[in-house]
Design a protein around this ligand. Structure first.
Ligand SMILES: Cc1cc2nc3c(=O)[nH]c(=O)nc-3n(C[C@H](O)[C@H](O)[C@H](O)COP(=O)(O)OP(=O)(O)OC[C@H]3O[C@@H](n4cnc5c(N)ncnc54)[C@H](O)[C@@H]3O)c2cc1C
Length: 454
């Protein structure tokens, strides 16, 4: 644990726990803490959400569902019946389907999941919600948190413990970095933005199956939302991509170029799902970006713990963001029950290694979206092919992917991230060495600069 001043002994606090952030991780944590009988207050910067389809689609996998089941079977059931089954993940770079992965998951909007958790937490008398309260500062010695309100006023509350669930660019995490000795954070930008187009699709189209999700190589992602609307997201590289991908205003020329680009890289989806309105909507859609985060510990100052994206933000291609946050909440709930004298130390002890392993998985997944140097990219493709041959020959008991979005996580069991990274390293070490050797023999450029010159 990184250290900060201790709280004055014998203090009465306003709450046992303050939870900063009412995203999926914070709301699930509030549910687990309330179940243990604690007085919990949740503070959220945004107003209480009304339009759940204003957010983006995510996939709950076996890990996320298992955490929800631990919280409340009814919540897990509601999430599964609200969302849509995702049966297969198709990898479709350049209009060719190169892999079909059997999947076990539920496609749901981020805010839809939050809404289900919120309604469940609101049924508990010992949880209080403060909407439009933005955490601005922390007095680490006094255990107090101050919040800005929309009218410019400030409110301060104290708590025995603080759970930071305030997302990717967590204010709590930043304040801990500034004030808690020994606590440090690694943060790397995703390196790209995601922009969305939504459309009802051509009536009666049967080319694109709603039970499947589609990865457009490093270009984007396609899936159907639970309200029947199709979501097509494109990866945008600011500073590198052309104006028609990075601009914020729709012009005839940009819309036409965007249509050509989408048809070139995702023909079936462009022809069957998208219309003029969808292309125009691209320019009014918020461009999402973020950072990949690794914290030196998850209980800075002893009375603060960090969960969800605040603790280990990944980028969307990892497919574990919401699931790891829900699992954090379940681990925290267990720590509160089993180690009531210092639950945050117990949480850190159980979770830190997995959080760091998730960071490693996130950096590997980023390489699939933001193309790595040619030789490394070719080696990754050879390793993927090698792994699938090993699976077909039954010499491998499945890959890390099979234990994340794949069916094995449900049939065999959810594995911790540290175990998955160790498994992947074991399976790929030899293959990668051979693949890099083949890349050298065939003179595939080692870095991007050389590639441009060739
Ligand atoms: C475009 C996109 C696509 C994604 N796709 C997937 C996917 O397919 N699969 C997947 O598993 N994950 C995906 N994710 C990631 C996933 O959405 C997050 O990992 C998950 O929402 C994290 O939950 P959280 O509760 O930790 O943080 P968040 O969902 O970010 O919630 C944090 C909350 O804290 C609030 N907050 C922030 N600052 C303050 C403050 N100072 N005071 C009070 N409140 C504050 C915010 O308003 C927010 O409501 C995606 C993310 C994005 C952006």
């Amino acid at each position: 644990m990184a250290s900060a001043p201790e709280a004055p002994a014998g203090r009465d606090f306003d709450y046992d726990y303050i939870v900063a952030g009412a995203g999926p991780a914070g709301l699930a944590a509030a549910g687990f803490l309330a179940k243990s009988g604690s007085r919990v207050a949740v503070f959220e910067n945004r107003p209480r959400p009304e339009d759940v389809f204003g957010s983006y689609p995510v996939v709950l996998n076996a890990r996320g569902i298992a955490a929800l089941e631990q919280l409340d079977e009814a919540v897990a059931k509601r999430a599964c019946s609200t969302g849509m089954d995702v049966k297969e993940l198709h990898i479709v770079p350049g209009n060719r389907t190169v892999a079909r992965v059997k999947t076990w998951g539920t496609g749901i909007m981020r805010d839809q999941m939050a809404q289900i958790l919120l309604e469940s937490a609101e049924e508990r008398a010992n949880v209080t919600f403060f909407w439009e309260h933005k955490l601005s500062s922390i007095d680490f010695a006094a255990h107090s948190c101050s919040f800005c309100l929309p009218d410019g006023s400030e409110a301060t509350f104290t708590a025995s413990r603080l759970v930071a669930a305030d997302g990717n660019r967590s204010r709590v995490r930043r304040l801990c970095e500034e004030n808690v000795e020994g606590f440090h954070v690694e943060a790397d930008p995703w390196g790209f933005q995601l922009r969305f187009m939504t459309s009802k699709g051509q009536p009666g189209q049967t080319v694109v199956d709603p039970a499947h999700h589609f990865v457009l190589g490093d270009k984007g992602y396609v899936c159907q939302q639970p309200n029947g609307v199709w979501s097509v997201s494109l990866r945008v590289l600011p500073g590198q991509d052309e104006d028609f991908l990075t601009a914020n205003e729709a012009t005839e020329e940009r819309v036409e170029k965007l249509r050509e680009y989408t048809t070139k890289h995702a023909k079936d989806f462009a022809e069957n799902l998208l219309d003029d309105e969808a292309y125009r909507g691209f320019y009014s859609c918020r461009a999402f970006d973020g950072i990949v985060v690794k914290c030196s510990c998850l209980n800075p100052a002893g009375w603060v713990c960090i969960i969800g994206d605040a603790a280990h933000a990944v980028q969307p291609a990892t497919g574990e963001g919401i699931n790891s946050g829900l699992e954090d909440a379940a681990v925290l709930g267990q720590a509160v029950l089993e180690s009531p004298e210092d639950p945050f130390a117990a949480y850190d002890a159980r979770r830190r290694e997995d959080a760091h392993a998730l960071h490693a998985l996130a950096l590997r997944a980023r390489d699939k979206v933001v193309a790595p140097p040619p030789r490394q990219q070719a080696a990754s493709i050879m390793v993927t092919i090698g792994l699938s041959i090993a699976k077909k020959l039954h010499t491998s008991a499945g890959t890390a992917q099979d234990y994340m979005l794949g069916e094995r996580a449900r049939t065999v069991g959810v594995k911790g991230y540290a175990e998955l990274v160790a498994m992947e390293d074991r399976q790929t070490r030899g293959l990668r060495k051979v693949a890099m050797g083949i890349g050298k023999v065939f003179r595939i450029p080692k870095d991007r600069r050389t590639a441009h010159r060739v």
